[in-house]
Design a protein around this ligand. Structure first.
Ligand code: 5GP
Ligand code: ZN
Length: 119
């Protein structure tokens, strides 16, 4: 989709600070980080939100989830087989949740204590 910001990043038209890239998944640093680690993990194919990807391609959704964990490992937020210090994965769907880009993205957040409940 040529008018989608994240599709344009996948196509290399807009620069991205990439931390992980596979055949089907891209992970890059958020331009406005909310924590010391704030990485967005997306399918390279356009899907508008979590429900849409889950319905269309469960295996790709699993790949996105694996990539989110791989990023957390890479960033030192967990260790192989360990869960310390930890990280959070968030995905927003719709305006009330604050979704501003209609291409599914998992936020991987960590590197500080994260409050609960979220805002
Ligand atoms: P949402 O609000 O849809 O859950 O998350 C969209 C995220 O995309 C926001 O955290 C925002 O900072 C990030 N973002 C928006 N534009 C850009 C951009 O051009 N580059 C990068 N790396 N992140 C962006
Ligand atoms: Zn897109």
């Amino acid at each position: 989709m040529s008018d989608c910001l994240f599709c344009r990043m996948v196509d290399g038209e807009i620069p991205a600070d990439v931390v992980l890239s596979t055949d089907r998944v891209l992970a890059f640093r958020d331009i406005n980080p909310q924590a010391p680690t704030h990485v967005l993990v997306i399918p390279k194919e356009h899907h508008r939100n979590l429900g849409a990807l889950a319905a269309a391609d469960g295996e790709l959704l699993a790949e996105v989830a694996r990539a989110a964990h791989a990023v957390a490992l890479q960033e030192g937020l967990v260790t192989d087989g360990g869960i310390e210090p930890g990280y959070r994965v968030v995905t927003n769907t719709g305006p009330q949740a604050g979704q501003s880009v209609d291409h599914l993205h998992l936020h991987v957040l960590g590197g500080r204590g994260l409050g609960w409940p979220p805002g």
